[in-house]
Design a protein around this ligand. Structure first.
Ligand code: FAD
Length: 496
């Protein structure tokens, strides 16, 4: 092979990329990580790295001039505001029928997500990753992922007493009165730190409305876990504000082309490096877009026809319920959800009791449901437009709504309550326009072999959410991390 600049190049710094980088570095391999978003390690003029959800500024969105909040109305009024165009942290990427929210920056989705770290029930695993042996996942890789991510549970005694989880206790009461199993949801937020926030002995983050645009304290994002460990090996370099645009074979190695961006999103330089091995960890959408384009334009002609297929939204759908005046949910709400309603087996829905951290009493219960939506979409290359498209249809959310209703219709009828209609528009009940959980597009054992090796091009791997065919039955990042742990262990043992 030609002498490469780097032995291993990782595209993206989310869960899959962070696992790959750490384990490769520990095995003695030098790793270059390329990340299109910012480093998010330097405070802005207000002394803070991240802005809050209640006063979003330029740091909030990826190259937008107006915010695009997932929950975009309140009391029937639009809440989006003008911002200056900047390489902000949350990308609301719009395809024909769906807006896909993704983290941008060193740490990927871990920068913006709720930190809910849920391992699927073992009896559901065959539906998540049918070609993977569940024994090895539940005995080795899920425990390894949970440990590496720093997953923990809320102290149940504190849960009962703290004002900031009144919304969750109301959610439990209503679930249980309707006979639904209710469960605590683990999280990577530092629960001891949150207790200090509540006690007023530490700067507030979860209790100050921080979440979607980053948490200044408390959350164990990948920057603090896998990526910190990876950097500590001394073998990992990270280039933020560099976006990979092409990967092509070069005499047994690969030429990787990338654009360096300024914070307004302008391309300021184009660079190339050669790498012996390239790991696609740009997220389900990022990896799929690259692979579909590279196959269609002939840059990677050996990729098979599975590339771009099998994409799903994890059945995400949101709704709110209007409670009676004797059921306030609290004006102080922790942004970190800690509980859920499990009606997966009976109705195909797992609903997280989510916060509405507005700072005022809303008498609303708010839920993000993960559902067993059967639809799968495909990414394709539109040569005329020079971009990748996704054929998801908004109407494909209907099964998700039907499944979520198996929970909330029953609760409403038992409680004598109604749905909120002021959170997603004027008289609109369902948040059915978005997903937080893109999955698939380069499915394991289809576009790749059973360990993420891309067919047709030895030395190219997929190691992120693109491997998972559309649904994880719960929040996805623990499964993405555990699968990456499994695959990289095999790749290190046999390919290096
Ligand atoms: P990502 O984490 O998306 O990382 C991909 C990285 O690659 C990004 O940093 C991106 O900027 C970069 N990239 C993309 N394209 C390129 C390119 N061409 N060149 C260079 N870099 C590139 N999941 C849970 O399990 N629990 C939760 O509580 C939860 N809450 C969420 C809340 C929100 C608002 C959002 C948006 C997501 C949430 N998720 C949650 C989903 C979770 O964050 C994702 O499933 C996860 O981050 C996906 O991991 P990944 O490794 O596949 O990719």
């Amino acid at each position: 092979p030609a002498k490469a600049n780097v032995p291993a190049l990782v595209i993206g710094t989310g869960y899959g990329g962070a696992v790959a980088a750490l384990r490769l570095a520990q095995a003695g391999v030098d790793v270059h990580m390329v990340e299109m978003g910012m480093a998010w390690d330097t405070p802005g003029p207000d002394g803070k790295i991240f802005c809050t959800t209640t006063s979003p500024d330029h740091r909030s969105y990826w190259l937008r001039t107006k915010t695009k909040a997932p929950l975009n109305y309140f009391l029937g009024f639009p809440i989006d505001r003008d911002i200056s165009r900047y390489t902000g942290i949350l990308d609301a990427e719009e395809f024909g029928g769906i807006t896909v929210y993704q983290g941008r920056g060193v740490g990927g989705g871990s920068l913006v997500n709720g930190g809910m770290a849920v391992t699927p029930k073992r009896q559901h695993f065959a539906s998540v990753l049918p070609s993977v042996n569940p024994d090895e996942m539940y005995d080795v890789y899920y425990p390894r992922a949970n440990a590496g991510l720093g997953v923990g549970l809320i102290d149940p005694a504190w849960f009962e007493s703290t004002a900031c989880y009144q919304y969750s206790r109301v959610g439990r009461k209503h679930a249980q009165r309707s006979g639904f199993p209710w469960t605590f949801v683990p999280d990577v937020y530092d629960w001891d730190y949150m207790k200090q926030e509540a006690a007023g002995t530490a700067p507030k983050s979860a209790l100050a409305g921080e979440i979607l645009y980053g948490n200044n304290h408390g959350k164990k994002s990948l920057q603090k876990t896998y990526l910190a460990q990876a950097r500590a090996t001394g073998r990992v370099t990270i280039s933020p504000l560099h976006r990979v645009t092409s990967v092509t074979p070069a005499g047994g190695a690969y030429t990787v082309t990338m654009e360096q961006l300024d914070t307004s999103g302008n391309v300021v330089a184009v660079k190339q490096v050669t790498a012996n091995r390239v790991f696609f960890a740009a997220g389900s959408v990022g990896t799929s877009k690259l692979l579909v384009k590279l196959k269609a334009t002939g840059a990677l002609p050996g990729l098979n026809d599975e590339v771009g297929k099998g994409w799903g939204d994890n059945g995400n759908v949101m709704c709110g319920r209007a409670n009676h005046l004797w059921d306030p949910t609290g004006k102080l709400q922790s942004t970190i959800p800690c509980s859920g309603i499990d009606n997966w087996d009976a109705g195909g829905a797992f609903a997280e009791v989510a916060p509405l951290p507005t700072g005022i009493e809303t008498y609303a219960s708010f839920y993000l449901s993960i559902t067993r939506n059967p639809y799968r979409a495909q990414f394709t290359w539109n040569a005329a437009a020079g971009k990748v498209e996704l054929n998801w249809q908004t109407a494909w959310k209907q099964p998700s709504i039907t499944m979520a209703k198996t929970i909330f219709d029953k609760i409403n009828s038992k409680e004598g309550t109604i749905y909120r209609t002021d959170l997603f528009g004027v008289y609109k009940i369902w948040g059915d326009h978005l997903t937080y959980h893109p999955l698939g597009g380069a499915v394991l054992n289809k576009a790749t072999d059973n360990y993420g090796r891309l067919h047709g091009h030895p030395g190219l791997y997929v190691i992120d959410g693109a491997l998972i065919p559309g649904n994880t039955t719960v929040n996805p990042f623990v499964t993405i991390t555990a699968l990456a742990e499994r695959n990289i262990e095999r790749i290190i043992a046999t390919d290096l």
